[in-house]
Write a protein that binds this ligand. Structure first.
Ligand code: CMP
Length: 144
């Protein structure tokens, strides 16, 4: 269900990815992102399929099942689906809603506009990608 601009702005203020942005930037980004609700059980990305959107979790929980069978849980403030938008490769994992969820969704073009509007978001995404890579390495290290 689509919501009003003010509600969307209020939701966006709770998301760490958007910390430090001006109201003007938030308003611009609010125009780019669609605010949706999905029921528990909804599959949001499928391993191996083409991915056309990035999702930012406003509320609820999702499970990421990676190609190795590892499951990672994501919650409010987390995002997923950015990898296929960045490198154009198929989805690296299957992501499903564990609970009813509220999400902000950005399509490819809007994702590019987001990075142009607020370059600091690109940096935060890189930080998260680095952290996730370290977690994967740790999970598969002989000591892990
Ligand atoms: P993408 O490959 O587009 O679609 C599946 C998404 O799952 C992926 O982008 C990431 O956002 C997310 N994802 C994949 N692997 C991991 C991981 N190890 N930890 C957290 N999220 C992941």
């Amino acid at each position: 269900m689509a919501r009003g601009a003010n509600t969307k702005l209020a939701l966006m203020r709770q998301i760490p990815l958007f910390d430090g942005l001006t109201d003007r930037q938030l308003t611009q980004i609010g125009r780019l992102a669609e605010d949706i609700e999905v029921p528990a059980g909804k599959r949001l990305a499928t391993l191996g399929e083409t991915g056309r959107e990035m999702f930012i979790i406003v509320s609820g929980q999702a499970s990421v099942k990676t190609s190795t069978g590892r499951t990672v849980r994501l919650g409010p403030g987390d995002f997923f689906g950015e990898m296929s938008l960045l490198d154009g490769a198929p989805r690296s994992a299957t992501v499903s809603a564990n609970t009813d969820m509220r999400l902000l969704v950005l399509a490819q073009r809007e994702f590019s506009e987001l990075l142009a509007e607020a370059p600091q978001i690109g940096r935060k995404i890189m930080v998260t990608l680095s952290r996730r890579l370290r977690e994967v390495d740790a999970a598969y290290s002989p000591c892990g």
